[in-house]
Write a protein of this length. Sequence first.
Length: 120
Amino acid sequence: MRVKEHDVVEHVERVSLRELRLWVRQGWVRPSSSTKGPVFDELDLARIELLCDLRKELSLPSDTVPVVLNLLDHLHQARRDLRALAEALAEQPEEVQRSVAETVQNRKAEMDVPQTGRAR
């Protein structure tokens, strides 16, 4: 689904055209460009819904929004990376999978042991 600005405002009733354009200018939403203006996809709509929640429901200040969006973007990228790693590991022989799983468990155990004077 790809929609134009006015369709976004109709679909996401909590956002005005003025707010939407401001959020695009601020880089909080990054629609595709077309000869007739910006075009928004499903991910853009989800991000606009999130922005409505952050700004209107949680009253998050404007200067804090980029920080939250950046953290969420990093979290989503980490999840994609972990999914790719898990898929690659699943393609390996069982002995490799067991070895990696054992190594991960050992590392987690090491990280759980309090170390004097060192941060985890």
